[in-house]
Every structure is written in structure tokens, then in C-alpha cells.
Design a binder for this molecule. Structure first.
Ligand SMILES: [Zn+2]
Length: 293
């Protein structure tokens, strides 16, 4: 977390209090460097979905998913996110694919699948919920449908005596680029990729994801949030409002990210309930698990 605060100081004021979370920090950890490369912007579904092997992940198939999966491009399997502490795989160059339907609420954005660099959601609004800051700025925005669901979620939590606050929601490609480039300056590209999303690859760019904390802002986007009653409530109830805990404990090798109990992602109620009840990641649900070994 030290890194965050230090780097945050260097960032422009529009990025005040940048929380952890994929794309902005998440403690530099023993993760395998991501192999995605920025600026690789083929449109539509990339054809090179060859699997380098088979995956043993539950709920997934070994072959690339057909591109009928909503929002997901074809699931090319390149070993990008690996086992913890490995970190020695050779980066591959063909892992970056641009999603075909960036506007889909089930769009898959991760270290493998990117949003087009010019993508900006057309329906961003300010959800009427408290944040840990007052300013009406970019990171307070979400797409309309997600914002409405978030308002219901916050209201539901409040009824249960749990007072939530938003920490960071939408982030534009330009902002993500600034954040990422800043880390690259400090740590170099390969290291930066282990804890920050390459522009286009942050789920916050979809306008469907938000980092949430308790209203006191304690442990905002930090590991200690996992032990709070707010985290417990989210894990139990977020799906009822159409949100999933996007980066699950024990699924780091699939999502490419450490456990982030504060990062919730809107996918709609039906999908969220199914994903939560089965304990899946979005990758597994969409049959888009990369080969890890
Ligand atoms: Zn996040």
C-alpha cells in the first residue's frame, strides 16, 4: 500500500485518492506478469484463439469459447496469469484481444480482453449514493443500469445496518493510461503490469465496476476490508442486486488478480445469482479461462 500513497501523490489532482484495485494498484505481489501488450487494437473478435493446452479449471472447457458468449470475444488461451510466485513465463505477444461488444453488461475485460481504446460508455451517470469523497468527478460515474442497481444495493445494505460508500467507479481509458504510465515510470513496464491494468484492460473502464468500502472509508480498497461487516454483507447479498465479487479468493490464477472483496461488478441479477451460487468467476462463467500452465 505504500506504493499507492507514494504514487498517488505524483498523480494529477483529478485522480485523488486512487484506490487500490486492478488498474490502480493492488499491492505489488508475487503474481505472474501479465502478457498483454498495450496498443494492440484489432477490432472485433480476434481469430487466433488457439489453445496452448487444456485447462483444468472447474466449469471451463479446454477449447476457446465460441464468440457467442455475450461480450466476450473468442477465448484465446495464452498462459498469462500464472501461479503465485512463478513470474518467469515468457510474455507472449498474441494475448491481447479487443472485445466485440464493449457495451454488453456481461462484457469480459481482463488481462487478456481489452476494451477498444476509444471506448467510452454513452450512458454514464452519477449514482445517488455516498462516496468517500465529495467531488463530482469521473470516478463517481457508472453506467445507468449499474448505477440504478448500485443505489438499490446501498439501500438494501442500509436496511441491514450496513453503511456503504463508493471509493472508485468509472475510469476512462485516458485516466487508466495516465495511472499505468506513471507506474511504468516508477517500476518499469513488466513490473507495473503485475499490479496495474494496462489501459483498456481495467474493468473500471466499463463503467460497470466499483470499489466499495464502509462509509468511514477505512480499509478502502485494502486487504483489511475483507474482515469488515461490509465485505461480509457484499459477499452475501451483492448478487441479489446484480453484482458479483469479481476477484475471488482462490481464483487468482483465473482472474489474474488478487482477492479483492471490495471490487464489485454489475452483470445483471440473473447472471450474478448464478455466478455467485456456483462460486464462479466471470471467466469461468463465460468459458474464457486462459490456460495457466
Ligand atoms: Zn476495482
Amino acid at each position: 500500500m505504500k506504493k499507492t500513497s507514494l504514487t498517488v501523490l505524483l498523480l494529477a489532482s483529478s485522480m485523488t485518492l486512487f484506490a487500490a484495485c486492478e488498474g490502480s494498484n493492488a499491492s505489488p505481489s508475487p503474481q505472474t506478469p501479465d502478457t498483454s501488450k498495450p496498443g494492440n487494437a484489432a477490432t472485433g473478435t480476434a481469430p487466433n484463439g488457439s489453445a496452448a493446452g487444456s485447462t483444468t479449471t472447474p466449469g471451463s472447457t479446454a477449447t476457446p469459447a465460441p464468440s457467442t458468449a455475450p461480450g466476450a470475444g473468442s477465448a484465446a488461451n495464452t498462459g498469462s496469469t500464472g501461479d503465485k510466485g512463478k513470474g518467469t513465463e515468457t510474455p507472449k505477444s498474441d494475448s491481447d484481444q479487443v472485445v466485440a461488444k464493449p457495451d454488453s453488461v456481461s462484457v469480459l475485460v481482463n488481462k487478456q480482453f481489452a476494451l477498444p481504446s476509444n471506448y467510452e460508455p454513452a450512458d454514464l451517470v452519477y449514482p445517488d449514493v455516498p462516496f468517500i469523497f465529495k467531488e463530482k468527478i469521473e470516478k463517481r460515474k457508472m453506467r445507468k443500469e449499474a448505477a440504478a442497481a448500485l443505489e438499490k444495493l446501498f439501500a438494501g445494505a442500509k436496511k441491514d445496518g450496513v453503511n456503504l460508500a463508493g471509493v472508485s467507479a468509472y475510469r476512462s481509458y485516458a485516466t487508466q493510461k495516465a495511472v499505468f504510465n506513471n507506474y511504468v515510470k516508477t517500476d518499469g513496464e513488466e513490473k507495473a503490469k503485475t499490479y496495474s491494468a494496462v489501459p483498456g484492460h481495467s474493468e473500471h473502464e466499463t463503467g460497470l465496476a466499483i470499489d466499495v468500502s464502509g462509509s468511514d472509508g477505512k480499509c478502502a480498497a485494502q486487504d483489511c476490508f475483507g474482515a469488515t461487516k461490509e465485505a461480509e454483507w457484499l459477499a452475501k447479498h451483492a448478487s441479489e442486486y446484480g453484482f458479483i465479487i469479481r476477484y475471488l479468493k482462490g481464483k487468482e490464477a483465473i482472474t489474474g488478480y488478487q482477492y479483492e472483496p471490495w471490487h464489485i461488478r454489475y452483470v445483471g441479477v440473473d447472471m450474478a445469482k448464478e455466478i455467485a451460487s456456483k462460486g464462479l468467476t466471470l471467466e469461468e462463467y463465460l468459458n474464457a479461462v486462459p490456460v495457466n500452465k
